[in-house]
Write a protein that binds this ligand. Sequence first.
Ligand code: FE
Ligand code: FE
Length: 164
Amino acid sequence: MSKLKNLQDLFLDEVKDIYHAEKQLLKALPKMAKAASSDELRAAFEEHLEQTQTHVERLEKVFELLEHAPRGKKCEAMEGLIKEGSHLMEEDAEPAVMDAGLIASAQKVEHYEIATYGTLATFAQNLGMDKAAKLLEETLAEEKETDENLTELASTLNFEAINS
Ligand code: FE
Ligand code: FE
């Protein structure tokens, strides 16, 4: 018998992946906040760090609904995105240019999360797991909101990087 024998198995596997991804973000976001020069951008990262804690807790509830202990499975995609972000932070960059780069990194992360939570919410609906679907949709909405906030911040902050 295959390890992934049905959609629920795949769902659990993907929940483990995003659980590990969110945990990585708990460590990365404080570093990004520290690297930001704009107060607004720093505040945005700090706020999203708090939300990320909630995302981890919601996933733990999903594990509970799946009657599975919360356990992550290494998310290589998030690891790669975070690695690129840390390379950026090691660069000798003008503060406004660094901020523009941090926004770009953060939006790549948000888009990865949006893709994953969108898929997971649909899987949960397909599986008739309404409670799990609701939890995943709540997080999805917050990831989308964060992405929009970053777009808005970029609309002013990126201009400061043009002639910095
Ligand atoms: Fe998240
Ligand atoms: Fe996020």
